[in-house]
Design a binder for this molecule. Structure first.
Ligand code: SF4
Ligand code: SF4
Length: 85
């Protein structure tokens, strides 16, 4: 399985939250669990900047759809595919 790793330029990210709300996985998790936390979200704003969250042990991680990359007004999100088994 590929791992989609988001690289966010924290110097230019404004923390606007658009990536967080645009992410389809976050949306599904919000619908299912009623809130987004570091345990169910794949991208969250923390301390003023967006952070990608990957956890090997959980079933749901970023699927590389690229919606957040397109949605970011600052264009500060890049994706790397880090592992394919
Ligand atoms: S690439 Fe897609 S699944 Fe991954 S964080 Fe961005 S919007 Fe969500
Ligand atoms: S959409 Fe872009 S600028 Fe806004 S919080 Fe996400 S990464 Fe930062």
């Amino acid at each position: 399985m590929p791992i989609y790793e988001l690289k966010i330029n924290h110097n230019l990210c404004t923390g606007c939250n658009i990536c967080v709300v645009s992410c389809p996985i976050n949306f599904d998790q919000l619908k299912k669990e009623g809130q987004l936390t570091k345990d169910n979200a794949v991208i969250l704003v923390k301390n003023g900047t967006a952070r990608a969250i990957y956890k090997e042990e959980r079933k749901i991680n970023c699927d590389g759809c690229g919606v957040c990359i397109e949605a970011c007004p600052q264009k500060v999100i890049k994706m790397e595919i880090s592992k394919i088994d």
